[in-house]
Design a protein around this ligand. Sequence first.
Ligand SMILES: [Zn+2]
Length: 463
Amino acid sequence: MRSAPRSLLAAICCAIALASPATAARLSAAQHAETLAIWKKMVSIPTVQGRGQMPVMADYVADLLRKGGFAVEDVIVEGSGDATTVAARYRGTGKTGKPILLSGHMDVVEARASDWTRDPFTPVEENGYLYGRGVLDMKFGNAVMVFTLLKLKQEGFRPSRDIILLLSGDEETEMLTTQRLAKQYGVAELLLNADGGGGLLDPQGKPVAFYVQGAEKTYADFEVTITNPGGHSSRPHADNAIYDLALAIDRIAAYQFPAQTNELTKAYWSATGKLVGGKLGNAMQAFAANPDDKAALATLRAEPEYVGITGTTCVATMLSGGHALNALPQKASVSVNCRIFPGVSIESVKAKLTEVIANPKATITTLGAPVASDASPLRPDLMKALRKGVDLSFPGLPIIPQMSAGATDSLYFRALGIPSYGVIGMFIKPEDDFSHGLNERAPIASIDPALLLMRSLLLDLAK
Ligand SMILES: [Zn+2]
């Protein structure tokens, strides 16, 4: 996924562009052109699950890196079909400790040519945008990481620690390759993910803020089931699985998980509150200062865009029950989808649902195998490096930490205790975010700030 901060701009009424639109630093035309060429080539490979193209993409990247000076044995293409991965090690001097990981995914969401205005796998430049499936999510990020590594190699840069590029093959679906990569490369100082974070432009194209994604909520589904001996519907009685379930659903609907903040969401509320202003902005700032502020909490929880950042949420999503029109139900069940605040265990949420439902006849099961994800700390070295890297293009632009509701590859690395940050320098307007959707497009002008940022981060964090 790509977690674009689209929601924020909708709430900003009269945002003053705090940064100068002029880019402070410039790249050579050649660097811009080479990155664009890699980006387009990647988009032209239809890496949709089931089309057998992941190995083609992996070989393309591996070939580029080897031709650019990476040792053959340092670029590992593993697995087959959609489960293909790339791991490329940029060897450091070993002066400092654990490696820095660069994370991306090669796969894209399906795109049917018949639904699109242009062929989704023929990259087209138009009015400053590149069109094609995956231009945003996330072949831009892959191109930026690959080009940056090639350029640093060409210049003879020797990092103090290893930098390892990890490209997964099934982030949009099973995430099995992510789990494998996390197992193999799960000892690292930190991870930079090009699939999260990013810059926000106002409708006039001026940058408003840069987001660093430092946390994701944990995704978990539960099923609440009530069973009953049933019987003939001509002999009804109060003991009814559907009535019991309806009561349970009522209780879930009425329950609110406690308000929560962490270092990251506090910084988010406080900075976003200043940008948004008005009643909503004031509530954000009040909530940042005091999560017990009931009025502020009520204001934020009334907004679908923001309720998820205030704590854990659970909501009924699917329902089934009964087996015949003329029989008392023997079984009724509801699926409950929870988005759990970082640091809260999946088991404790299940226990809370059990307590809220308060019916010993109800059984609650966890669906699948959810993985909890903690928030990454706002490391001073990372924040300082980001400040420097963003300033190269947009001096003084606010940098705002962000927690996303969806999952990226960072999930499995955070679960191993590796601080992980979404930091791609793609600057877009909210109305330009069509990731996963039709006619996906991305502004080509993002190449320069993104290259400057990625390069600066690596030079700083692996110096
Ligand atoms: Zn993605």
